[in-house]
Ligand binder design. Structure first.
Ligand code: FMN
Ligand code: SF4
Length: 516
């Protein structure tokens, strides 16, 4: 195909905002003008307030336009947008948009740029280099490299990835597995989805490197059913990778075999917890397993299993291609490398922002996020999903770092940052946390199963003014019981949003007078 190249996202966020309508409007409008053009479906760059964002390849580089609706297509063509012509929606070089320019894109370097279906386009943009190096180095040295990079799990717990891999490597077993956790249940998070829809080969390459490193020949990607486009993209990418001998027997001419299968979840938050996910993968009702045994010793079907989040695995190709030190040079403290921060909720610039650990929460919300979308003052920010604490402005100097957040009673988790303005009712948010837990509890342990229902009742009493002091003491005691007596972090972490709301926003519970 000759003629101009038009890049248009096929990403759930962009699709929801009308990118398929633009896709349908383009051929007719191009034909009317006798223009032949190639339309390439990419992922999203992650600047959602500008989606659908179209990019055109020009001799001077890419030029972006957005947000484009189907009825803008005619005027864009009239303005000569195929050669980068002027138009009110012209954004110029996308890489120069401040939100993108100031990022450090390692894991998301190709997202929104490459043809998500093409093994060769992936290669042309630096793909498969990490795999080649891992094959050349062999298992021990590859695990060593991942350990030295300082990569820690991006799914929530922040456990060192290399140490997990080393445990599986040194555990004997006739069959080992790699399981990718793509359940992505945290509120305000979408990084896993963006990678699967925009650069699926990065995940496939990361899982293959994991397989070769620990001696696993089979991998599963557990994707939430709410992600039909991601499921479709991953299925196509796996088929294409097999055809190109990047999956299957004798990968890339080596002696290693590794293949992948997609499994679809059924809509339970708790199935993102790694052992409940194993039950679900085995065809059982997703219920949390007691540890030990660790999944690394006895995981899927009782075999040694690596379980990692999408972003943890998708970070590995960059590490292997560029070296552990290059990755470890980014970050602060024990949080090395970059984190894809996902800005959501009531925030002006909603999107994905990959950066080295260490920015303060204030910089993320005020400078990068641009404050609230409503224009009202920011009152609270929940970081780390539904089990993360609510931070008031007084804590905005906290650096985005796993230990620094934990020291303030918070959670970096999967990097979701959900912003609320001054109309938020924090007692209602605390009640919601308990209610969420009661609905999503797997039911295995009492503090979570029963405690969350009692929690809703006690919060209702506090708000109504029913023996407030006594009920606050009861809620505090209940939260302590849930924190220390729950089997997993669902029941164990719900106290964080509840107690942070109570501590930082007591006026919403009627405990102190509201400021006039
Ligand atoms: C209730 C609950 C839900 C979770 N949901 C997810 C999830 O959706 N995705 C994820 O990667 N990890 C989730 N986790 C964390 C996993 O249990 C596990 O730590 C992670 O998948 C390990 O991968 P990582 O080391 O690469 O982070 C959840 C944990 C709990 C307790
Ligand atoms: S804390 Fe809740 S979700 Fe976790 S094991 Fe106990 S009952 Fe299940």
């Amino acid at each position: 195909m000759t003629g101009p190249r038009i890049y248009l996202p096929y990403d759930s966020g962009a699709l929801a905002l009308g990118s398929d309508d633009v896709f349908k409007a383009l051929p007719g409008a191009l034909k009317k003008r006798n223009i032949e053009a190639e339309i390439i479906r990419t992922g999203s760059r992650g600047l959602y307030w500008l989606e659908p964002m179209i990019e055109i390849a020009t001799p001077a580089g890419r030029i972006a336009y957005g947000p484009v609706q189907a009825n803008d297509v005619e005027s864009l063509l009239d303005a000569g947008f195929l050669t980068g012509g002027g138009h009110p929606l012209r954004l110029g070089d996308p890489e120069q948009i401040p939100f993108l320019r100031s990022q450090t894109r390692l894991t998301f370097a190709r997202c929104g740029i490459v043809d998500r279906n093409s093994v060769e386009d992936y290669r042309a943009h630096g793909g498969w280099k990490g795999l080649e190096r891992a094959i050349a180095l062999g298992p021990d040295a590859t695990v060593d490299e991942v350990t030295k990079s300082g990569l820690r799990g991006r799914g929530g717990a922040g456990f060192p990835t290399g140490i997990k891999w080393k445990t599986v490597l040194s555990t004997p077993g006739p069959q080992k597995y790699i399981v990718c956790n793509a359940d992505e249940g945290d509120s305000g998070t979408f990084a896993d989805r963006m990678i699967m829809e925009g650069d699926p080969f990065t995940l496939i390459e990361g899982m293959t490197i994991a397989g070769i490193s620990v001696g696993a020949t089979k991998g599963f990607v557990y994707i939430r059913s709410e992600y039909p486009h991601a499921i479709h993209c991953m299925q196509r990418a796996i088929a294409a990778a097999r055809k190109a001998n990047c999956l299957g027997a004798g990968i890339a001419g080596s002696k290693h075999d590794f293949d992948l299968e997609i499994r679809v979840g059924a809509g339970a938050y708790v199935c993102g917890e790694e052992t409940a996910m194993l039950d679900s993968l085995e065809g059982k009702r997703g219920q949390v397993r007691a540890k030990p045994p660790l999944p690394a010793h006895k995981g899927l079907f009782g075999r040694p299993t690596v379980i990692n989040n999408v972003i943890s695995l998708a970070s590995v190709p960059w590490i292997m291609a560029n070296g552990a030190k290059a990755y470890a040079d980014f970050g602060m403290g024990r949080s090395r490398g970059t984190m894809p921060i996902q800005l959501a909720g009531n925030v002006k610039h909603r999107g994905l922002y990959e950066t080295a650990f260490g920015l303060t929460l204030g910089q993320i919300v005020d400078d990068i996020g641009g404050g609230t979308a409503s224009g009202r003052p920011v009152r609270a920010v929940q970081v780390g999903g539904p089990l993360g604490a609510y931070f008031p402005r007084a804590l905005f100097d906290t650096p985005f770092d796993i230990e620094a957040f934990s020291a303030k009673g918070g959670l970096v988790g999967h990097g979701g940052v959900v912003v609320f303005d001054d109309t938020v009712d924090m007692a209602a948010m605390a009640r919601f946390a308990m209610e969420f837990c009661s609905i999503e509890s797997c039911g295995k342990c009492t503090p979570c199963r029963i405690g969350s229902i009692r929690g809703v009742e006690v919060i209702d009493k506090i708000v109504k003014g029913d023996r407030r002091a006594e009920n606050v003491a009861l809620l505090t005691d209940l939260c302590d019981t849930m924190k220390f007596g729950s089997l997993c972090a669902l029941g164990g972490f719900v106290p964080y949003p509840v107690m942070s709301a109570l501590t930082h926003f007591p006026e919403d519970f009627g405990l102190v007078a509201k400021a006039a």
